[in-house]
Ligand binder design. Structure first.
Ligand code: PSU
Length: 306
């Protein structure tokens, strides 16, 4: 194991016994949700992974090491860290954060890198980054997409957030050779809504098929992971027609205020939270829990076949 990686005792034991482990990211805690709902979500998602028979491994950079699996106290400290203090880490700045000895929250991209270093093949989150609207002039494309093409980790998300340009996000994923697998439906889900109005490139209905596809990809020597898009539970969704004007308003405000680069996604999530009077956050928590359950089933199928 890489000496920069510190596994919690629980994760180390699960790994050595080849039991299912699910990686969890930390940017959603520090930059994606407000205190104290962020801590509540982080605890509930870990509990959900455990109930589903897997070991949760929340990943963050603390004190010059990559921590894989956080104890209760560290998780709370991280959730209390102000957005400005924790670095939002992707492939570009992971090593720099370690060098600076700073606290870093891992995005989807950085969590995939760390999960792979720790030997964890499945990771649950809310939504992956993607191609931002207006990317034809801003060039703002999340590094999450490139990472899916490089690191062999199956990422379970609820689609890409509806704040993005979804058709362009799908195009880039296709160009990069990333399989986008909708779980149990034909359409691509859109985070807060079950349907984006776009067909998903692939569909699977059984976690064992998703695990088999991951294994076969590796057996074929094809680099990269898979993106599993799991629709938000019906009772928690905010239908697309309702989300469109909210998203439009948040985007217009971001443009008017000149919000750019890494600040865009956290700004939009916060404004959408305010504009929906908290409903978007309830939906976000529900979809993360749902993704954690599916990720645990995929991890179990992988462990069984190992
Ligand atoms: N899922 C959520 N909330 C979030 C994120 C995912 O429910 O805040 C984070 C992830 O860490 C993802 C990041 O990698 O948003 C995307 O940021 P950007 O668009 O700047 O790449």
């Amino acid at each position: 194991m890489n000496p920069l990686i510190a596994l919690s005792p629980e994760v180390a034991q699960a790994r050595s016994q080849h039991r299912p482990v699910v990686a969890l990211e930390s940017t959603i805690i520090t930059h994606g949700m407000p205190w104290p709902q962020n801590l509540e979500m982080a605890r509930r998602v870990e509990a959900t992974v455990r109930e589903a028979g897997a070991t949760p491994a929340t990943i963050a950079i603390i004190g010059g090491r990559i921590r894989v699996g956080l104890d209760a106290e560290t998780l709370e400290q991280l959730a209390r860290t102000p957005q400005g203090e924790a670095m939002k880490l992707s492939r570009a700045d992971l090593a720099a954060c370690l060098a600076l000895g700073r606290t870093g929250a891992t995005t989807v991209a950085a969590t995939m890198i760390c999960a792979d270093l720790a030997g964890i093949a499945v990771f649950a989150t809310g939504g992956v980054g993607g191609v931002h609207r207006g990317a034809e002039t801003s060039f703002d494309i999340s590094a999450d997409l490139q990472e899916l093409a490089r690191s062999p980790v199956t990422v379970v998300a609820a689609g890409a957030k509806a704040i993005l340009d979804l058709p362009k996000t799908l195009e880039v994923l296709e160009t990069l050779g990333v399989p986008v697998i909708a779980f149990g439906q034909d359409q691509l889900p859109a985070f807060w809504s079950r349907d984006s109005g776009l067909p998903a490139p692939l569909r699977m209905d059984d976690p064992a098929q998703i695990a088999a596809a991951a294994r076969l990809r590796r057996d074929l020597g094809i680099a990269g992971g898979q993106l599993v898009v799991n629709p938000i539970p019906a009772e928690a969704e905010i239908p697309r027609a309702e989300m469109i004007p909210v998203v439009e308003q948040a985007l217009a405000e971001a443009a008017a205020q000149g919000i750019a680069a890494k600040a865009v996604t956290p700004f939009l999530l916060q404004r959408i939270f305010e504009l929906t009077e908290g409903r978007s956050l309830q939906a976000n928590v529900a979809l993360v829990l749902n993704n954690a359950r599916l990720a645990a089933r995929i991890a179990a199928a992988l462990a069984q076949a190992a």
